[in-house]
Design a protein around this ligand. Structure first.
Ligand code: ADP
Length: 554
């Protein structure tokens, strides 16, 4: 049965009941229909005081294009922890329409480990992405209006770095020319669109600790440079107030439930390959205020999602992760062990063994942050006992805790062993520390990540990236952490280098200071901030049935 089929058979509880069990007072709840609500965190914190719950991060080995089941394991682990009587809350990202209509699918878990109502969460939800898109594009309209109205600030139209966004995969919008048509139609210039999840407004939204911090961070965003190369900020255009107004309701975290009735906050959604890759700080902190254990996910492999979770989110938000689950699958291990994508279903114990080098590097990397890793082998029906045994045995020999998770097929019951391992891991003393100090130069920060996390030998900067480095230095922006934008398929910037490649050079194409979010994006290889659609997009199989229900949504 499809994920949507299973989800449509689930019995949902009214969201007020879920809120009550989570300790959220009625007056802090803003209902969006029967099964979704936003939480007014101002009213909540008066009741709950400071955040204290332990944070369990769910990350993964380098994935196949289908995804390895991080969201599924996050939900299943949350339900399994709830089943032990642990006060648990789940914090996830909101799905983007790009992958939904493209190739990868939604982000609400799968099988018997899903957050509901999945149809709503995957499309429109409570409108947060629309609000973020609107705030971003309002800013760009103000920038282009400023040029049209005489350009008092002296903005160089060729040096505007901020771009419009849409939540869609649309390669035709990457490079465009706007303002054509004569003097009344604006100032012609080259421009382009990114996908909403790559927007700095999204990053700011996810890192803000409250409405005042949101306004301050928005004000600090750099939109481009003047003719004499001085940065132009949102504050120079005085756009921060209107942008904050557009975002004020979106900033309240969204409460939903899993199929087993565990409360889940789903809020914000930057991608992990081209942005920082985890849900909002507000949602995580709200969950920490309400629950003893918070299970949260960072996107793609641990080289991207977990590294940025530790070096950007946890550092900024000031909490320490208590454990990190690394999701592995037999099919991804086989792919890293050299098996072609169309042959991953057939048993191949040797290939599983050969692919363990990829998992090994991710597990070692988690240890470098002082956090205990727990391997979760997400079981697919094609996996054989012999293949699963190889992984569990390998973990045992290395002293790494591991469990086979059958949460997709069995829900909470299939995650009981994993839950026990995670509960044991979070009891251990942790000595969390980010990988690098912020005082290092930008080049040193990047080379630390390349050496320690990716296993690479060196970094090569394009002429453009070199110029960007000089600009960053001249403006005194060196002390920000780095947000690597890299393919999720390989530790390197070459998607075809599988396993655990060594000795490679990482190519930095450009560096974009995100002065509002507070990090520098390093664009590597050919990674795109506006994805394209595949030859047969998932959209081709979707429709609405006679009862008005979605069909073909995974
Ligand atoms: P990720 O978060 O790593 O991208 P997801 O949890 O979104 O991955 O899962 C991707 C897809 O794979 C979903 O459609 C989900 O239903 C499916 N899936 C995940 N785990 C399993 C499993 N063990 N067996 C079958 N399908 C699975």
């Amino acid at each position: 049965m499809s994920d949507l089929g299973i989800a449509s058979r689930a019995n949902l509880e009214p969201i007020q009941d879920i809120a009550q069990r989570a300790g959220i007072p009625e007056e802090a709840l803003e209902l969006y229909g029967r099964y979704k609500a936003k939480i007014d965190t101002g009213l909540l914190h008066e009741r709950t005081g400071t955040a204290r719950g332990r944070v369990v991060l769910v990350s993964a080995m380098s994935p196949t294009p289908a995804g390895e089941g991080k969201s599924t394991v996050t939900v299943g682990l949350g339900d399994a922890l709830s089943a032990t009587g642990t006060r648990t809350m789940i914090a996830l990202r909101e799905p983007s329409l790009g992958p939904i209509f493209g190739m990868k699918g939604g982000a609400t878990g799968g099988g018997y480990s899903q957050v509901l109502p999945m149809e709503d969460i995957n499309m429109h939800f409570t409108g947060d992405f629309h609000a973020i898109t609107s705030a971003n594009n309002l800013l760009m309209a103000l920038v282009d209006n400023h040029l049209h109205r005489g350009n008092e600030l002296g903005i160089d139209p060729r040096r505007i770095t901020f771009r419009r966004v849409l939540d869609v995969n649309d390669r035709a919008l990457r490079q465009i020319v706007i303002g054509l048509g004569g003097p009344t139609e604006g100032m012609p210039r080259e421009a382009g669109f990114d996908i909403t999840v790559a927007s700095e407004v999204m990053a700011v939204f996810c890192l803000a600790t409250g409405i005042d911090d949101l306004r301050e961070r928005l004000a600090a965003i750099t939109v481009g440079y003047t003719f004499d190369r001085k940065p132009v900020t949102v504050a120079d255009l005085n756009a921060q107030g209107a942008m904050t107004m557009l975002l004020k309701d979106a900033l309240k975290p969204n409460l939903v439930q899993t199929m087993a009735g565990t409360p889940a906050l789903i809020h914000g959604g930057p991608f992990a390959n081209i942005a920082h890759g985890c849900n909002s700080v507000i949602a995580t902190n709200t969950a920490r205020a309400l629950a003893d254990v918070v299970v949260t996910e960072a996107g793609f492999g641990a080289d991207l999602g977990a590294e940025k979770f530790m070096d950007i989110k946890a550092r900024f938000a000031g909490f320490e992760p208590s454990a990190a689950v690394v999701v592995a699958t037999v099919r991804a291990l086989k792919m890293h062990g050299g098996v072609a994508k169309d042959a991953l279903g057939a048993e191949n114990v040797d290939a599983v063994r050969a692919g363990l080098c990829n998992l090994e590097r991710h597990v070692t990397n988690i240890g470098k942050f002082g956090v205990t890793p727990v391997v979760a082998v997400n079981r697919f029906h094609t996996d054989t006992e012999a293949e699963l045994d190889v992984v569990i045995q390998w973990c045992r020999e290395r002293g790494v805790e591991a469990a086979v998770a059958e949460v997709w097929g069995r829900g909470a019951a299939g995650g009981a062993e994993l839950a026990q391992k995670v509960l044991a891991a979070i009891q251990k003393p942790q000595e969390f520390s980010p990988l690098y100090e912020l005082e290092l130069s930008v080049e040193e920060k990047i080379s630390t990540i390349v050496r320690e996390i990716y296993g690479g030998a060196g970094v090569e900067y394009s002429a453009e990236a070199r110029r960007a480095l000089e600009r960053i230095h001249a403006n005194g922006w060196d002390a920000m952490p780095v947000c690597m934008a890299k393919t999720q398929y390989s530790f390197s910037d070459d998607a075809s280098l599988l396993g655990a490649p060594e000795g490679f050079t990482l190519h930095v194409r450009d560096l974009i200071p995100k002065t509002g979010a507070g990090f520098i994006v390093a664009l590597t290889g050919s990674v795109m901030t506006m994805p394209g659609l595949p030859k047969v997009p998932a959209a081709m199989r979707m429709d609405v049935d006679a009862q008005g229900r979605a069909v073909g949504l995974f």
